[in-house]
Write a protein that binds this ligand. Structure first.
Ligand SMILES: NC(=O)c1ccc[n+]([C@@H]2O[C@H](COP(=O)([O-])OP(=O)(O)OC[C@H]3O[C@@H](n4cnc5c(N)ncnc54)[C@H](OP(=O)(O)O)[C@@H]3O)[C@@H](O)[C@H]2O)c1
Length: 291
């Protein structure tokens, strides 16, 4: 690997937007570390990208992103191999019709779509700090418009619905981006929340009931291809023109105003504090040099 090559980590990289984001970041001459649910899925994603770009520099890791223990382990392996990371694309996402909990006792959508973004970024922060220009790209959605942050019951154990859970998680991605921007001690580490637009992927077919699957089959017909949908993630991750344009929401490679749901200061700070508490993080930015 050339020492000049930048290193990016992409979560949920085996299909849809994550696969295409990885392909495009690698095509621009970067090393991409793909985090996928299993090693088999990671290997298949790497093979698929190598098929179209035999020279791509890729590493596939297994990581179930709904499990905080696995995120900590995968991050430790990445940090063993790399002192410097130039960007993370927190892309992993799931849409569940029914309430489920992970074996760690956290509701699965909240764990996967929000807590994984917070924890992976925290774990890799020491390596992001080693880059002169590093990016944290959080794949949010215009679905944040109907989201509410339920600080009392973030898993919606009472009154779960896939739409509420998805809306909350995508709003959480916007708030995490802003609060990360507000609090970060290192100004060269920038955060970006992005909307990929409507994209023809299988997200609404994988873990949904027949009604939600049918609705997604109709809805996604108007969507762009995953390669088109990945453009804004890739742009915010690697384009020199947007270095330091931190804390904003982007669509079609341009900043976009967030919806009203994203203007609640108590939700933004409350979510930050609750997430850190749930994850057992005392010092998000690893600022303590000596205890
Ligand atoms: N499609 C759209 O119109 C749209 C619009 C707005 C935002 N988004 C966002 O875009 C992101 C990517 O979604 P997509 O549409 O590209 O759907 P997708 O093809 O289903 O991609 C989601 C990826 O996340 C992975 N994943 C889910 N749970 C995981 C877990 N516990 N551990 C590891 N990997 C896991 C999936 O792997 P498996 O295949 O193993 O499940 C898949 O690789 C999501 O954050 C989604 O909310 C999508």
């Amino acid at each position: 690997m050339s020492t000049q090559q930048k290193i990016f980590v992409v979560s949920g990289a085996n299909s849809g937007l994550g696969l295409e984001t990885s392909r495009q970041i690698a095509a621009a001459g970067n090393h991409v570390i793909l985090l996928c649910r299993t090693q088999e899925k990671a290997d298949r994603a790497v093979e698929e990208i190598l098929r179209t770009n035999p020279g791509a520099n890729l590493t596939g890791h297994a990581c179930d992103m709904s499990l905080m223990e696995e995120i900590r382990d995968a991050s430790a392996k990445i940090l063993e191999a790399h002192q410097r990371i130039d960007g993370i694309v927190n892309n992993v996402g799931t849409w569940l019709s029914d309430y489920t909990e992970t074996r760690e006792g956290i509701e699965t959508v909240f764990a996967t779509n929000h807590l994984s973004y917070v924890l992976l970024t925290h774990c890799l922060y020491p390596a992001l700090r080693q880059s002169g220009d590093s990016r944290v790209v959080n794949v949010a959605s215009n679905a944040h418009s109907y989201g509410k942050i339920n600080l009392e019951d973030p898993g919606y154990k009472k009154g779960y619905h896939g739409l509420k859970s998805n809306g909350q998680s995508k709003l959480a991605n916007v708030y995490f981006t802003e609060e990360f921007h507000n609090r970060r001690p290192d100004r060269q580490i920038s955060s970006y929340a992005i909307s990929p637009g409507l994209v023809k992927t299988d997200i609404g077919l994988k873990r949904t009931n027949w009604l939600h699957s049918l609705a997604w089959k109709f809805r996604r017909r108007k969507g762009q291809t995953p390669a088109e949908g990945a453009r804004t993630s890739v742009f915010c991750a690697i384009d020199p023109a947007v270095a330091n344009q931190s804390g904003l929401y982007w669509e079609n490679c341009k900043p976009k105003e967030t919806f009203k749901s994203a203007k609640n200061d108590a939700w933004r700070t409350g979510l930050w504090e609750m997430s850190n508490e749930l994850l057992g993080i005392d010092d998000y930015f690893h600022e303590k040099v000596n205890d």
